[in-house]
Design a protein around this ligand. Structure first.
Ligand code: NAG
Ligand code: NAG
Ligand code: NAG
Length: 278
């Protein structure tokens, strides 16, 4: 199932690249997600942000929602859903409270990982589009809250067209660095990008496969794009978690198309049910 293909030379279609990017993630644990054109920031400004490390390397983002639980993307967790792998701290753990990738802050082992039962990849024109792209992780020792480690509350209502939002992560932030993608090229410092929510109907017109479990956002300028941002990571608006970085067309910083997030308002009932967070 895992085949390595060069992302730069397989430009048959934009859509195809989504498949390739996802495969890349699944097989190698490297995130295709990137924040292009953002700015360096500090964890104290986004203390809910965590890094999900696989084999000691940053793999995905996540958000702290309680002393024990993190929300991330389904596709960050689904490929490793055997209990053998998921509970092995050498393979998967959470780093909280650090501005920098793979150092500092506080490490937490994971005692439970639950992917949304409806999580799947919709086959669309040869691409796999993740749907119900959400998962929760329970840390085996609770987070100790401070200036750099804090939960964020989940929104009850989906954000509206034009709402200001911010996406953060350690994904690749310089598009020209993508060829020969490797974890070493990720920014060391946390990146943030201001984006605007895109009306769902408009997003559907542009990307076609937008479901009720998805919310779209885009940056105001071309060459500025959260793109996939950093899969699993937070999209925050009005102080609430509104989205989980999910997917985007490849070359998105170039095309100006919106990027797609799992819609927290739509998925929070399931999150509350499995975590017991009210
Ligand atoms: C993930 O879990 C499902 C349900 O338990 C199982 O059918 C599937 O084979 C698992 N996938 C992997 C990659 O282990
Ligand atoms: C995570 O688990 C490993 C193996 O059991 C252990 O050595 C390590 O100390 C644990 N880390 C934390 C932060 O609890
Ligand atoms: C991106 O990387 C290229 C190649 O290293 C470099 O020339 C360019 O200045 C970088 N752009 C930014 C915005 O950092």
């Amino acid at each position: 199932m895992c085949s390595f293909r060069d992302q730069e030379t397989t430009l048959d279609t934009m859509l195809r690249l989504i498949t390739i990017s996802l495969l890349f993630t699944i097989c190698f644990g490297f995130k295709q997600g990137r924040i292009v054109g953002g700015h360096s920031t500090d964890i104290t400004k986004h203390p809910y942000q965590v890094s999900l490390e696989m084999n000691g390397l940053h793999n995905c983002g996540g958000s702290i929602i309680s002393p024990d639980w993190v929300v991330t993307a389904g596709h960050c967790v689904a490929p490793v859903n055997t209990s053998l792998i998921i509970y092995n701290p050498i393979i998967l753990r959470v780093r909280a409270g650090s501005t920098y990738r793979e150092k500092g802050g506080y490490l937490h082992n994971i005692s439970k990982a639950i992917v949304h039962p409806y999580y799947r990849e919709i086959l669309f024109m040869g691409a796999d589009i993740p749907e119900y792209d959400v998962a929760v992780l329970k840390v085996d020792t609770p987070f100790l809250f401070n200036d750099a480690v804090k939960p964020i509350s989940m929104t009850h209502v989906s954000p509206s067209d034009g709402d200001a939002a911010v996406v953060t992560g350690w994904g690749v932030f310089n598009y020209t660095l993508r060829p020969g993608y490797s974890n070493k090229k990720l920014p060391s410092q946390l990146q943030a990008l201001d984006v605007g929510i895109v009306d769902q109907q408009e997003c559907k017109r542009e990307l076609l496969v937008i479901t009720d479990q998805m919310v779209c956002a885009s940056a105001p300028e071309t060459f500025q794009d959260a793109c996939n941002g950093d899969s699993g990571g937070p999209l925050v608006s009005k102080g609430k978690l509104v989205g989980v970085v999910s997917w985007a067309f490849d070359l998105c910083a170039m095309t100006g198309r919106p990027e797609v997030y799992a819609d927290v308002a739509n998925l929070r009932k399931w999150i509350e049910l499995v975590t017991g967070i009210a």
